[in-house]
Ligand binder design. Sequence first.
Ligand SMILES: [Zn+2]
Ligand SMILES: [Zn+2]
Length: 114
Amino acid sequence: MGIRIPTVFDENDGKRCAGCGEPITGTPFRVSIMDAIAREAPPSWATPAPLNPGPHQFHADPEHFRIWARARGHYLCRLSEVRELMRPVPLPIEPAAYGLCDGRHHESHEFLPA
Ligand SMILES: [Zn+2]
Ligand SMILES: [Zn+2]
């Protein structure tokens, strides 16, 4: 008795979604985190652990990026789309966390838990 899970190795091997962990067929959606931290935070704020700049691979659905961000305690800017390049902004909260934003708006960020 047992559940047979066929193991198929092909050119897609190794392409797994960083969000849900499932294999990605077709072209993955790649997201890189800018490694330069936006210096919008006063130095007194605790800086969270450095981010892995990626690129991280996801399914095309932006929700899978949110799963990844949520699992790491990141926040996402409400005014931002999920794009191929996101910039991290240290947030003045405890525990220290990053807000991620594409930086394509001029208003103040509106960070919400991912
Ligand atoms: Zn996924
Ligand atoms: Zn923003």
